[in-house]
Design a protein around this ligand. Structure first.
Ligand code: AHM
Ligand code: MG
Length: 315
């Protein structure tokens, strides 16, 4: 009998509390994966006609994935509010506004890959509220550093659908088995190699990068002879980086002066996973998980990967 997501209950201090929330993520992932598979045939590719709070064009699939994820978080009964890339404000789940946990999510990451049938993902993290349970949860409940994250992970919609998560007791990957209609443990205790052979970045931005990062990357490439891989969907690039080793980076540049990736629902969950897998997760000179968040949609530079590669790049 394979291990399923129920196995999370046995992991660490927060496993049993987090199991229903992660099962909810699993249900959302199954539904999002099914919607993605049929999208081109149902005319569901393309722009939804609106913009998100960051002024980016929303795709129809961004909006659908957001709705599906929220619905599944509501159905757990353990989530009082959700902060989403697709929603300007914190979404309070009225009927469970007394519940303990808040979830931060990028429901469909890498959505520029949708038109070309490339991989996309979902990224999430869970924190415990700071306000009393008798009060309505507030956006300040989400503004907690990564050191307060209880659970985090991502779903990769690739040739298979994989849910990779951690409740603070290592990183474990579950692959969806369509024949059994459930996630099964396929990658127990994922550990990133100490050093890897790839760097992953949108190198077209090199001339605009801040902090001498262009020079650093040239030096790293010369010293270590790294190869380059870039999907342009953080989940896919991170998943490869964890399994094969190397470094994924999105530095600040002239256009994205504080970086492009969002702290609460991209950098922190991926930083949490990276540290739990034995890797390093920096935002230039501070660990991603040590940043004290100031806003729901705040952006930061990220340098995530094998310790050796991250140190050589930033050193
Ligand atoms: P999104 O959440 O709007 O999809 O944006 C985030 C994505 C990441 O998945 C990816 O790492 C990055 O943006 C790619 O950016 P670029 O196209 O500038 O290389
Ligand atoms: Mg994203």
């Amino acid at each position: 009998m394979p291990s399923t997501l129920n196995n999370i209950a046995k992991q660490g201090e927060y496993g049993s509390a987090m199991m229903p929330v992660i099962q909810g993520v699993g249900r959302a992932a199954i539904e999002i994966a099914a919607v993605l598979r049929g999208a081109v045939l149902r005319g569901a590719l393309g722009a939804a006609g609106g913009e998100n709070v960051q002024g980016e064009q929303q795709q129809m699939l961004d909006v659908l994935s957001d709705e599906i994820f929220l619905e599944e978080m509501r159905s757990t009964g353990f989530v009082c509010a959700v902060g989403s890339e697709e929603q300007e404000e914190l979404l309070v789940i009225e009927e469970y506004s007394h519940a303990d946990y808040l979830v931060l999510v990028d429901p469909l990451d890498g959505s520029s890959n949708l038109d070309v049938d490339g991989p996309v993902g979902t990224i999430f993290s869970v924190v415990k509220r700071k306000t009393p349970n008798s009060e309505t949860p507030h956006v300040s409940d989400t503004l907690q550093s990564g050191r307060h994250v209880i659970a985090a992970g991502y779903v990769l919609y690739g040739p298979s659908t994989m849910l990779v998560c951690s409740v603070g007791a290592g990183v474990h990957g579950y692959t969806f088995n369509p024949a059994a209609a459930r996630f099964e443990l396929s990658h127990a205790d994922m550990r990133i190699p100490e050093s890897g052979g790839y760097y992953s970045v949108n190198e077209a931005n090199k001339a605009k990068w801040a902090d001498n990062m262009g020079e650093n990357l040239i030096r790293l490439k010369q010293e270590k002879g790294l190869g380059m891989r870039y999907v342009g969907a953080m989940v896919a690039d991170m998943h490869r980086t964890i399994l094969k080793g190397g470094v994924f980076l999105y530095p600040a540049d002239d256009k994205n002066v504080t970086g492009k990736l969002r702290l609460l629902y991209e950098a922190i969950p991926m930083g949490f996973i990276m540290e739990q897998a034995g890797g390093k997760s920096m935002s230039k000179d501070i660990a991603v998980l040590d940043i004290e968040p100031e806003a729901l949609h705040q952006r930061v530079p990220v340098y995530l990967g094998s310790k050796d590669n991250v140190d050589s790049l930033l050193g």
